[in-house]
Design a protein around this ligand. Structure first.
Ligand SMILES: Nc1nc2c(c(=O)[nH]1)N[C@H]1C(S)=C(S)[C@@H](COP(=O)(O)O)O[C@H]1N2
Ligand SMILES: [Mo]
Length: 421
């Protein structure tokens, strides 16, 4: 039965005695400090009926750990790109790590009650693990793994495609620690008809509808069982930051970032190609298409290993040097499941190329460092182009590769501008 507004005011006033107000304030502060992961300083000074800013926007701090030079593409969901020169470290720090969310970061994460369920048609018996069990029952491994969004470089396609207009920096190579998915799946027991795995995370659909799955992708069972495929709880030696998948994340190096499920709660072992949300994204037409051309459902190929690519991370584009100085140049190169065998640079728009030294990766599926020194013959405007070749002999294209409606896999050469004075 509706109550009139006079009545409502009366009821509210009666309920909100000073004690009651104080109690509400204390409860709000308790919730806030849990969600912030720190105490609320000077809480005694906060008026009883004042709502702290962080309360109205729980994601307010997710960007704060990022370097101020990172490029924000979106806030809802968060999508943050890295300019190439920020990726200079051999191990990407969190502050310089791109962020790609398809939905909203989950709130209220309780690590004590967090469960990972392994289920699906192709497990012998469904099994559930707490985080503590995962840590205690299985051997821990640390690998540096290259994660690159399938849409990295999308800005280069013309006509522009829908989706985040990533520059070169939807890419990271950080150190992940956890247990092998393989060891966990073996302990559960998988049937011989297993062909794929699919993940489910705790993030929330943009619509707020709890029944809608944000993203649920996966990989063939052979990739899932590789030694470097991890169920990770640690990133560069610390807890994974909330925005990157705390408290548990699937990490699969060398393949599109979208297969590395964050806020991991469930893995299904499937007897067919996984059919979760966004499995019909991150795919390429089997044959070249014209912009706007419709592609039949059976003419798509799911993106697997990422193509060969490289970055110049030093110097920053726009650097100015004096003529007689040697310019040190360096960066990274990677090639999905393969390794990079050669890295060449050109300062004459690809007319001639000079080979640089490329280091071996610290482990499989980690990017590789390259470096060299150049001397410019004269003053003027120059471009430095870098081009990597994988161990099967495939080289990065100099021009933009085949247009596709998803704007995926632009692995054309990275270039920087240099002025020699
Ligand atoms: N649960 C969940 N996992 C996810 C995503 C997501 O939106 N939700 N985004 C995916 C995509 S598209 C990419 S490229 C990577 C990005 O990882 P990062 O944000 O840690 O850099 O996470 C993947 N895992
Ligand atoms: Mo992605």
């Amino acid at each position: 039965m509706p109550i009139d507004s006079k009545e409502k005011t009366k009821v509210t006033d009666e309920l909100l005695t000073p004690d009651r107000r104080k109690f509400i304030k204390q409860s709000l502060l308790a919730i806030l400090s849990i969600s912030l992961g720190t105490k609320v300083a000077h809480a005694e000074n906060i008026p009883n009926d004042y709502l702290p800013l962080a309360f109205t926007d729980p994601e307010i701090f997710s960007m704060k750990e990022k370097d101020p030079e990172m490029i924000k593409l979106n806030e809802r969901p968060w999508n943050i790109d890295a300019p190439a020169h920020l990726l200079d470290d051999s191990i990407t720090p969190v502050a310089k790590m791109f962020l790609r969310n398809n939905g909203l970061i989950p709130e209220s994460i309780d690590t004590k009650s967090w469960m990972l369920t392994i289920d699906g048609e192709s497990v012998k018996d469904k099994k559930v693990f707490t985080l503590k069990e995962l840590r205690e029952k299985f051997k821990t491994y640390t690998y540096q793994l290259t994660l690159e969004c399938g849409g990295n470089g999308r800005f280069g396609f013309y006509p522009a495609t829908a989706g985040n207009q990533w520059g070169e920096g939807a890419l990271s190579c950080a150190q992940w620690t956890g247990v092998r998915l393989k060891d966990v799946l073996m302990s559960v027991g998988i049937k011989s008809d297993a062909v794929y795995i699919g993940y489910y995370g705790k993030d929330v659909h943009l619509s707020g509808d709890p029944t809608k799955v944000v993203i649920s992708r996966g990989v063939p069972i052979s990739k899932a069982l590789e030694e470097e495929t991890l169920l990770a709880w640690s990133l560069n030696g610390n807890d994974i930051p909330i925005a990157h998948g705390y408290p548990l994340r699937l990490v699969i190096g060398g393949w599109p970032g979208s297969v590395s499920g964050k806020w991991l709660q469930r893995i299904s072992v499937r007897n067919k190609i996984h059919d979760g949300a966004k499995m019909n994204h991150y795919r390429m037409p089997k044959h070249p298409v014209q912009p706007g051309e419709k592609v039949a459902e059976n003419q798509w190929k799911i993106i697997e290993s990422m193509p060969v690519r490289s970055l110049i991370t030093y110097p920053k584009t726009g650097a100015i040097i004096t003529k007689d100085k040697l310019l040190p140049l360096r960066g990274h190169a990677w090639a999905g499941d393969l390794t990079v065998s050669h890295l060449h640079i050109s300062i004459d728009y690809g007319a001639t190329w000079t080979e640089c030294e490329v280091k071996m990766p610290v482990n499989r599926l980690a990017w590789q460092q390259w470096n060299t020194v150049v001397k410019f013959p004269d003053t003027g405007y120059y471009e430095v182009w870098a081009r990597a070749t994988d161990n099967k002999g495939t080289t990065q294209p100099m021009v933009i590769p085949a247009w596709n409606s998803g704007g995926y896999l632009n692995n054309s050469c990275h270039r920087i501008a240099i002025k020699v004075i």
